[in-house]
Structure formats: C-alpha cells, structure tokens
Design a protein around this ligand. Structure first.
Ligand code: ZN
Length: 338
C-alpha cells in the first residue's frame, strides 16, 4: 500500500509499505477514506521534534472497517468509523472520568497517512457513524478525529458558556474549530486572534464577533480594551509556544479559565505571575473519544460544518506537496485521499 513516511525534517516521501494486519484480538483494520496532515506533524517537519526516522506519519482518520480481531464486538466490517490519535479501552477509571487520551492502556496511533491503518483497542477507540456518509460529510467527520475534538476540548477546558466572552489564541485549524466550538457551546462574544485575512473570514463565519490582529502584550491590551479592562472569561490557547501561552494567561480575567490545547514546546510559566493571576489552567491532549458520539451527531444532522478548515485536498501520493503547503501557511489544513 502507499504510505507517507518522514525521513527527516522537510523530507516526506510516499512509498510502498506492507499492509497492516490484525496483531491483537482487539485490533481493527480500517481502509481509510480520508486522512490529513496535522499542525503537530509540522513540529518534526520543521526540525523541532526528533522522530524515530523513518517515521510513518498520520494520526487522523476515517474509513471503512475492513477486518476485526476475534475480541472486537462494537464495530464490524463494512461500517464507516471515526477514531482518534490515542487508542483507549474506554473502560478504565480514567476513561470513565472522560480522559481517554490518558487511558491506562492508551496506545498512540501513527501511520494513518496511508491506505490502511491498524487501530488497537478498536472497541474503545472507534465510533461508527449511523451509515455510510455522503461524500461531502467526510471532511467534517475527519475533522472530528482530531482538530474539532481538540478545539472542543479547548473550549470545555476554558469553561466557555452562555453569557461569557471567549478569546482564541491561534488561527490554525484547531483555533478556528475552537471558535466553532465556543459558538456551539453558547459563548456570547468570541474574539479571534488572527492576522491572516482568509482565516479571519472563516473565523467570522464560525462565530467570531471580534478580530484582534495584535500579538503579545499588544494583543493582551486589545482584549482588555474589548472586555472593560478585565480580560476574557475563557481563553483557548491553540499554538503551544511561550508567547501564545503567556498571551492566553494574560488575556484571561481573574477567576477565568485557559484551555490549552496547542502542544507545548519550550513553554515555561512564571510562578509568581501565575499565583497572582487567579486563572485556572487546564488542557493537554484532547480526549477526543469522549466527544466523538456528540460531534458525529452534530455533523451528521448538519448543525456544524468543521470540514471547511480543509482548504486543500490532494491525493495521498502528493503528501509532500501538502506538507510544504502547510509549512508555508499556504493551506490551513490539507486533506489527503488514499
Ligand atoms: Zn482507559
């Protein structure tokens, strides 16, 4: 089968690999209908994370179940399924508390930028859709696999709700879907921090009421101006740098909440500032599995349209072009068709 493999920074190749097969009785094999490139795939691509090269890439996936192991009972061949980047049993105490991405049996999923994928712990990981989706729903269901689920978690972690002002740091796919999530969860006002016109446009369509182009301390000042000098109730941090994290904390009012879902790289927090800020911090790898049934329903009945973050679609064999487009910010998010 074809699969995208990263050989080192800036070096993605599509090559022939052996098709995966059932290894554990709890596995499923999924024939992928669509997959995509994640903002987090850019960290190794840009040389900020070292992987075990060559590394099979991809952790976002939807497709048709091809085969299941003997212990799998909740999904069967022929069903269309959505999964996420951590396989989980969905039965342990941590899963039952809603933190499947910290499941005591969690397994990281990799190699989804391919024609077939082996998914461990299939019963606890995969969620079947009500039927085979119309083609135009596939990008939105794929978004649920990571970026939507992550934006949703960011909004919940930031305690977004009716009557509140939310601010979103980061205008990548997760930030944009954080805006969609904040809108869906009832935020009264949503401030998007973005300086890129096409992204500002989508941010507004997803529910942003205000756009702040300034960054750093200036961006914080602008948010305070928009919130009677207090700061936002809820801030979603969707980047993961020192600057974006401090921007998020400083843009939050005392008693407010930061939901941080950008994978942190080199972030160090000043303890005394944190102490006096009175902000709640919560975040981490999103427990997407927890939200999949609800998100699939919202997509299935066409209440939300998160798939619009995919502004470039390529055949899998052109994955390298997709990485370049995202690296150079020519595309928000690239969908790959195996
Ligand atoms: Zn678990």
């Amino acid at each position: 089968m074809d699969a995208a493999v990263m050989y080192g920074p800036g070096d993605v190749r599509v090559e022939k690999r052996e098709e995966p097969r059932i290894v554990e009785p709890t596995d499923a094999i999924v024939r992928l209908s669509a997959t995509c490139i994640c903002g987090s795939d850019l960290w190794p691509y840009r040389g900020f994370d070292a992987l075990d090269w060559p590394a099979a890439m991809g952790h976002e996936y939807v497709g048709i179940v091809e085969d299941v192991g003997s212990d799998v009972t909740s999904v069967r061949p022929g069903q269309f399924v959505v999964g996420s980047f951590f396989a989980s049993d969905n039965t342990c105490e941590i899963c039952r508390a809603g933190y499947q991405s910290s499941c005591v049996h969690r397994v990281g999923v990799a190699g989804a930028q391919a024609e077939y994928l082996r998914v461990p712990l299939a019963d606890g990981t995969l969620v079947a859709t009500p039927g085979i989706p119309d083609d135009d729903l596939v990008p939105s269901l794929l978004a649920a696999s990571d970026v939507l689920g992550t934006g949703w978690f960011g909004a919940l972690a930031a305690e977004v709700g009716p009557g509140k002002t939310a601010a979103v740091v980061g205008d990548g796919a997760v930030g944009l879907l954080g805006i969609l999530s904040a809108k869906q969860l009832g935020a009264e006002r949503i401030i998007a921090m973005s300086r890129h016109e096409p992204r500002q446009q989508l941010a507004r369509e997803y529910g942003a009421t205000d756009i702040v182009e300034e960054r750093g301390d200036e961006g914080v000042e602008r948010i305070k101006e928009l919130t009677d000098g207090l700061g936002a109730h809820s801030v979603i941090e969707a980047v993961g740098t020192q600057e974006s994290m401090l921007q998020a904390i400083r843009a939050t009012r005392p008693g407010g909440h930061v939901g941080y879902v950008g994978v942190a790289h080199g972030v160090e927090l000043p303890g005394q500032e944190l102490f006096f800020s009175h902000t709640h911090l919560h975040g981490g790898p999103a427990p997407v599995r927890n939200y999949l049934p609800e998100l699939i329903e919202l997509i299935w009945n066409r209440t939300i349209d998160p798939g619009r973050v995919f502004d470039l679609e390529l055949p899998l064999r052109e994955a390298a072009t997709g990485y370049q487009a995202m690296d150079q910010r020519r595309a928000i998010k690239v969908l790959l068709r195996p």
